[in-house]
Each structure stands twice: as structure tokens, then as C-alpha cells.
Design a protein. Structure first.
Length: 266
């Protein structure tokens, strides 16, 4: 038996509640009357496409989820979803490759909404040497699984407890923002991984709570990184809206020197 189609009111109510907003709070945020918003959620009033896009923008609804809302309201989808190798996305792909290449000799990688590796620069591969389970670095690579799996990078992360807590919290925030069931299952999997009993080497620098460093034990010694995340500022394609570039910067001169030695031609 097929489940009944969801109404526009169902979508709006779910996302409003996900953002922990009352009808009055959201009406004030979106600069509409509470009465009008109530009528839309109850199905007594149908908004224009412009009003619906405005409400979705104010709620921060992902582009992927805006198309079903438009369909529920009787409008055609607005946001295309193309593969990254689509000719239409060639300029964006060139921009990604330029950012990754330009960041060398420091590591950087691009991931999709499920933390699946899309691309990486040449500085990433040397840091993966010694991963016990090679299946983690083959085929469709999930970056979070690779990082926290007991046969992945986890045994070589000196501050594993701290880094693990940081990644899991980022994942929780992403789930809260998107409601993605795939990410929910990934969080359950990663949370079940045991934290290996290992000596934690204190970082050489105190970042005073402003950032969580990644302390990675490598053949070149213990390397310390700070990370940043880059996203496209005004995407109108679903695929682009869900891409993120994770760039790692050396947190001390020793790490910078070691990375330059790994890629002397960069």
C-alpha cells in the first residue's frame, strides 16, 4: 500500500519544527503574518512560488529538499541536480581542482553531502600510508569512516578522543540541519567504533579553545593540522550546494617543513 503524498504544509511544519521555531517566531523571521503562515501549513492557503522560495530560504532548507516542496505546492522543480562530470558543471569542477592543487603541499580534499571523497590533492595520499584495512581507501571512500575506523587512521591520531568528538559533533549538526537518514546511520556506525587504548601526545601548541587540531602520527613524525571548510557561496545546483572542500593547514613550522619535503615539486 502506497503511503499518502506529503502536503506542502507537512514539509513546512517539519522544517520549522526542525529549526525549533514556533509559528509566531517563524512568521516574524520571515516577515509574514502568523495567520497567513498558519493557513499555509493547514492547507487553507497556497503560497506563490516566490513566497514559498522565501520561506524555504528563511528556514535554510537544503536545495535537495526544496524541489519536493515545490512539487507538493504544484510548481515545477527549480534546482537541477547534475553529476560533477556534467559539462554544465565544468567551471565549478575546474574551480575545485584549482583550489585543491593550489593548496599543495598541504592536504585538501572535496567531499559530498555524505562525506564521500570526490577529489583530493597529491598531499593526501602520503598521509594515508599505513592504513591497515585497504578497503577503506578503495572505491567509494567515506572520509569520516576512514578517519575513525580502528583499522583506518584512528590508531595514528594522537588526539583521537578529541578529534573523534569534534567529527561526531559536526556530523550531528549536519543531521540536525538536513535530516539526512544516511548521515544518521553513519553517525550510529561511527559512534560504535571503539576508541583504541593508546598514548595521547600533548600538542605542541595550545589553541585556547578556538580550534581542534588534528595530531597525526606519520613516518615524518607527528604532524599537526588546523582545518577549514569551503563551500560554494551561491549554488543553484543541488550537487554543488552539497560539496565541501576540507583544507588542512600546518599548525606549526615543523609540520609545514615535513609536508614540503613530501611534495618538493609543489
Amino acid at each position: 500500500m502506497m503511503s499518502p503524498a506529503r502536503s506542502l504544509g507537512d514539509y513546512l511544519r517539519e522544517w520549522r519544527q526542525r529549526r525549533r521555531l514556533s509559528q509566531l517566531e517563524f512568521a516574524l523571521e520571515a516577515d509574514v503574518s502568523q495567520r497567513h503562515l498558519s493557513f499555509i501549513e493547514s492547507g487553507r492557503s497556497l503560497p506563490s512560488r516566490e513566497m514559498l522560495m522565501h520561506l524555504a530560504e528563511r528556514l535554510g532548507i537544503p536545495l535537495r529538499e526544496r524541489n519536493p516542496m515545490l512539487l507538493a505546492a504544484g510548481f515545477a522543480p527549480v534546482f537541477p541536480e547534475r553529476k560533477l562530470d556534467d559539462p554544465a558543471l565544468a567551471p565549478a569542477r575546474r574551480a575545485i581542482d584549482m583550489i585543491l592543487k593550489g593548496h599543495e603541499p598541504f592536504p585538501a580534499l572535496a567531499v559530498d553531502r555524505h562525506w564521500t571523497l570526490v577529489a583530493a590533492n597529491a598531499a593526501v595520499a602520503p598521509l594515508l600510508a599505513g592504513v591497515v584495512d585497504t578497503s577503506l581507501t578503495e572505491g567509494s571512500i567515506n572520509v569520516l569512516r576512514l578517519s575513525l575506523h580502528p583499522q583506518g587512521l584512528a590508531p595514528r591520531i594522537a588526539n583521537l578522543a578529541e578529534w573523534r568528538a569534534h567529527l561526531l559533533e559536526r556530523l550531528r549538526q549536519q543531521i540536525s540541519a538536513t535530516g539526512d537518514p544516511v548521515l544518521t546511520r553513519l553517525l550510529e556506525e561511527l559512534s560504535a567504533y571503539p576508541a583504541p587504548a593508546m598514548h595521547k601526545t600533548a600538542p605542541e601548541q595550545d589553541f585556547a579553545g578556538i580550534a581542534v587540531p588534528l595530531e597525526l602520527i606519520t613516518e615524518a613524525g607527528q604532524l599537526s593540522f588546523l582545518s577549514t571548510t569551503t563551500v560554494f557561496g551561491t549554488p543553484v545546483d543541488v550537487t554543488l550546494s552539497e560539496l565541501a572542500i576540507e583544507s588542512f593547514f600546518p599548525a606549526n613550522p615543523q609540520t609545514a617543513e615535513a609536508l614540503r619535503a613530501m611534495l618538493p615539486d609543489a
